[in-house]
Design a protein around this ligand. Structure first.
Ligand code: URA
Length: 236
């Protein structure tokens, strides 16, 4: 957003007052006087007017061990939502939802640019960030399932074939599955397509961010700097 629009939205002054305020050197951006009304203001840029910070949003990045039964939504009339588990003054959004019954790693942030790397990677990158799940199923998981998931499963509704997914069979009804995309109910639909049914689903990791084993269901912690940086855009 441009500085003049930012000032209009974040100060009590009307549109016509903004130019004289800027010309008088009353506005600082990241600590330095800024007179250019076209100066670009990012999500977390610090802007002061007459020495008062107009917005003090600091980026927040959280990992939650999501318990079963909580919706990945901000509000719901019927079910509890994951937001009810988080006590943060900032308005956060969910970077990659989990179904209500699914447990494990859920990431929340107020940094939209950062979370888009997880949920909407640029098209020129062949693969999205890998997401690893533990899956339990009603029927034994066969080697054919492994082959099908590697080839991709056709989803008629979207008219697409899922990207190759890595399936590691751990016990007859338990596997570790790595996905490089996140489609609606993807894992349930993939197993359904091969005549099986998911009975439990738990997310272990997203990229290099692994669910902290210290976190009990419903507990959360902020991400370390290294975890945040691990998702930063790469220049390729
Ligand atoms: N796939 C699903 O089917 N459910 C989830 O919660 C995540 C991936």
């Amino acid at each position: 957003m441009r500085l003049d629009r930012f000032l209009y939205h974040h100060s009590p002054h009307g549109r016509r007052a903004i130019r004289p305020i800027l010309a008088a050197g009353r506005v600082r951006v990241e600590g330095a006087i800024e007179k250019d009304s076209q100066c670009e203001i990012g999500d977390f840029t610090q802007v002061e007017l007459d020495g008062v910070l107009l917005r003090a949003d600091t980026p927040v990045y959280i990992m939650l061990n999501k318990p079963a039964g909580y919706l990945s939504a901000t509000t719901d009339l019927q079910h509890p939502t994951v937001m009810e588990l988080i006590d943060e003054p900032q308005t956060l959004h969910i970077a990659g939802r989990l179904d209500r019954a699914t447990t494990g790693l859920l990431i929340l942030t107020n940094d939209g640019k950062w979370s888009r790397q997880l949920t909407d990677p640029p098209h020129h990158k062949r693969d999205g960030v890998p997401k690893v799940y533990l899956v339990e199923t009603a029927e034994p998981i066969t080697q054919e399932t492994h082959a099908h998931f590697t080839q991709g499963i056709y989803f008629a509704y979207e008219d697409l074939t899922t990207r190759p997914a890595e399936l590691e069979i751990l016990t007859p009804r338990q596997a570790r599955l790595t996905l490089y995309e996140g489609r609606y109910h993807q894992i349930k639909r993939m197993f359904h397509a091969v005549g099986n049914r998911v009975t439990a689903l738990h997310r272990l990791s997203v990229g290099k961010i692994q669910l902290d084993p210290e976190l009990k269901p419903g507990q959360y912690r902020t991400l370390s700097e290294a975890e945040v940086r691990s998702i930063s855009p790469v220049n390729d």
